[in-house]
Design a protein around this ligand. Structure first.
Ligand SMILES: Nc1ncnc2c1ncn2[C@@H]1O[C@H](COP(=O)(O)OP(=O)(O)OP(=O)(O)O)[C@@H](O)[C@H]1O
Length: 296
């Protein structure tokens, strides 16, 4: 079953790959040059794609290439306005990447394009996931192949309980993987074991998906979905927004607990505080490259 998506919006954007950054000698976090993509914690030369022709080895330090985006351009389907312009991004398994940048620079749009949101059309470049061409896969296939996206503003699904929703999504993934499905009772014990991870009570499972949930509860619920469904690449769009410090720590702890050497996280955030809890290997700064839109 495809995950529903909740979407925001964008302009033209680009990843810059200047690996230089300055340490301000004040741990825990380095000062960033604007428009740079950096690797932490060591200085490294140019570990991200600079030009569209760069291709990356299928394995690096024994890690498999998970996601490769090369020179990606996309337009808004309705208006044909360019919205992503030459985005490059390479993610190997076991890596945490963060995307930062100003409001409206296209961060959410990139994540939506990665999961195949119909509001956008890819007009150039390539996107591969585990060697498969994402452009040839519909959103459901992308989800089933192991891409999970958490919503910036998670949507409510009235009339569908959390437990049923998760059970359906879980079984769809199991079918895709040729693994046994779980009936409601077996599934309940499977999901029950995950509740502690996000500090949620059992009654959340019987409530309708996100209906009446507070902002923080919705975010925890997103991570519960990730914990139950599993993912090779989890795209977390502002998972920290609206969280108090306890909730932020819970969510970060849960995400860290789900990280293995085989999966990766791509997190979009405005705040350094999240990066203090979930340590990225790379930080990418999204920025406008053109201002070609008309103000109505
Ligand atoms: N489907 C769409 N129709 C019209 N405009 C769109 C659409 N999608 C994106 N945009 C434009 O893109 C801009 C927002 O981009 P996006 O949400 O990707 O940015 P962001 O970097 O994630 O922003 P924020 O940090 O505020 O979440 C908006 O200004 C919006 O006008």
């Amino acid at each position: 079953m495809a995950m529903a998506h909740c979407y925001t919006c964008s302009i033209s954007s680009n990843f810059f790959s200047n690996p230089k950054f300055h340490s301000n000698n004040s741990p825990p976090f380095p000062k960033l040059f604007t428009l740079s993509a950096i690797r932490l914690p060591q200085f490294r030369s140019n570990s991200l794609a600079v030009d569209s022709t760069t291709s990356y080895p299928l394995e690096k330090d024994d890690k498999k290439l998970l996601l490769q985006v090369n020179d990606l351009t996309a337009v808004i389907a309705e208006s044909q306005q360019t919205i992503l312009n030459g985005v490059n991004l390479t993610v190997y398994e076991g890596e945490v990447h963060a995307i930062m940048g100003k409001n409206g620079s296209g961060k959410s749009t990139l994540s939506k394009v990665l999961v195949g949101h119909p509001d956008y059309e890819v007009t150039g470049g390539t996107m591969t996931f585990k060697g498969q061409n994402l452009l040839e896969m519909d959103p459901e296939e992308r989800s089933l192949s192991g891409i999970f996206m958490s919503f910036q503003s998670p949507v409510a699904i009235p009339g569908v309980s959390n437990a049923d929703f998760l059970n359906m999504a879980y079984n769809a993934r199991q079918r895709k993987l040729g693994l046994p499905e779980l009936g409601p009772i077996e599934f309940f014990s499977h999901v029950y074991s995950k509740l502690d991870l996000v500090n949620m009570k059992m009654d959340f499972l019987n409530r309708n998906v996100n209906e009446g949930f507070s902002g923080g509860e919705r975010k925890r619920n997103e991570i519960l979905q990730l914990a139950v469904l599993g993912a090779d690449l989890a795209i977390l769009d502002e998972i920290d927004s609206g969280l108090d410090i306890d909730a932020l720590q819970d969510v970060a702890k849960a995400v860290n607990g789900l990280l293995t050497s085989n999966n990766s996280v791509l997190m979009i955030t405005h705040y350094q505080r999240l990066l203090e809890y979930i340590k990225p290997a790379y930080i990418h700064i999204m920025r406008y490259t053109t201002l070609s839109f008309e103000v109505p």
